[in-house]
Design a binder for this molecule. Structure first.
Ligand SMILES: Nc1ncnc2c1ncn2[C@@H]1O[C@H](COP(=O)(O)OP(=O)(O)OP(=O)(O)O)[C@@H](O)[C@H]1O
Ligand SMILES: [Mg+2]
Length: 251
């Protein structure tokens, strides 16, 4: 079953069309990686899913519910309560960790579950402890984000997104702001989510990682999806010259 269905979406900034007829499906339990050169529109797709950008045209369904569709050439978004329900199904992790700097690690994890979902404090703490254990940071629960390494902050950001119990996780280059020696722990965390069959859409420049964890790899260039296929095919036998030259440049 598709948890995310993107159909024919278009997005322009002024006269610059950055997404052209994008079609993308993410089924339950699938890990899809989005790769491609800088400026190809990868982040814009994730930003359209999280409604940080408004699409011009096309349709997006999440878990079978219509977030936006097009009527008479106009994108029409669902009602506020539907949009809120849909947003609650997606957790997003950015390149910059965006933790609340004035809250401890524990409070970063329990804040939204308590305020947005009304989960009782004891239960929110219990849940947060399990998640911190999972990302290997239970001992940091009383620290402030500024005292943690970038890799640790990113793992807290992942745990914080998971605390809202999303159906789908969206990652936008989760390791590209990190020193190389810190990327391993973050990638391990994402890999363990893949092993638990968390549905994920991951924008990444880590080609070896994309090849290893993904069910499918989507290559974008200049606002279009050039090709999508299983990782072995994309990495060993790409069908398009643009894919080949991009992969060559990533070696
Ligand atoms: N708010 C904006 N206003 C104008 N142009 C924008 C805006 N956001 C993105 N763009 C443009 O849209 C295009 C796609 O940007 P996007 O951030 O999606 O690329 P990307 O594939 O994520 O690149 P990178 O790998 O560098 O992160 C770029 O040309 C970018 O300059
Ligand atoms: Mg980007």
């Amino acid at each position: 079953m598709p948890l995310i269905s993107i159909q024919h979406i278009e997005k322009s900034f002024g006269t610059h069309t950055v997404l052209k007829d994008i079609n993308l499906t993410v089924n339950k339990g699938e890990v899809i990686s989005l790769i491609g050169p800088s400026g190809s529109g990868k982040s814009t797709i994730l930003r359209c899913l999280s409604r940080l950008e408004i699409i011009d045209n096309g349709e997006i369904l999440v878990d079978g519910e219509t977030m936006v569709k097009t009527e008479q050439g106009q994108a029409v978004y669902a009602a506020k309560d539907t949009l809120q329900r849909i947003s609650g199904k997606m957790g997003m992790v950015f390149q910059q960790f965006n933790l609340f700097p004035h809250l401890t690690v524990m409070d970063n994890l329990t804040y939204a579950p308590r305020i947005v979902k009304g989960i009782p404090e004891a239960q929110a703490i219990d849940n947060a402890e399990k998640l911190l254990k999972k990302v290997g940071l239970l001992d940091k629960q009383n620290m402030y984000p500024s005292r943690l390494s970038g890799g640790q902050q990113q793992r807290v950001a992942i745990a914080r997104a998971l605390a809202m119990e999303p159906l789908i996780m969206l990652f936008d280059e989760p390791t590209s702001a990190l020193d190389p020696e810190l990327t391993g722990d973050v990638l391990r965390t994402i890999r363990s989510l893949a092993e638990e069959h968390m549905t994920m859409l991951i924008v990444t420049h880590e080609m070896a990682f994309a090849r290893e964890v993904s069910d499918a790899v989507v290559f974008m260039s200049d606002g279009v999806i050039v090709e999508q296929d299983e990782p072995e095919k994309i990495f060993t036998n790409p069908q398009h010259q643009r894919t080949r030259s991009f992969l060559q440049s990533m070696l």
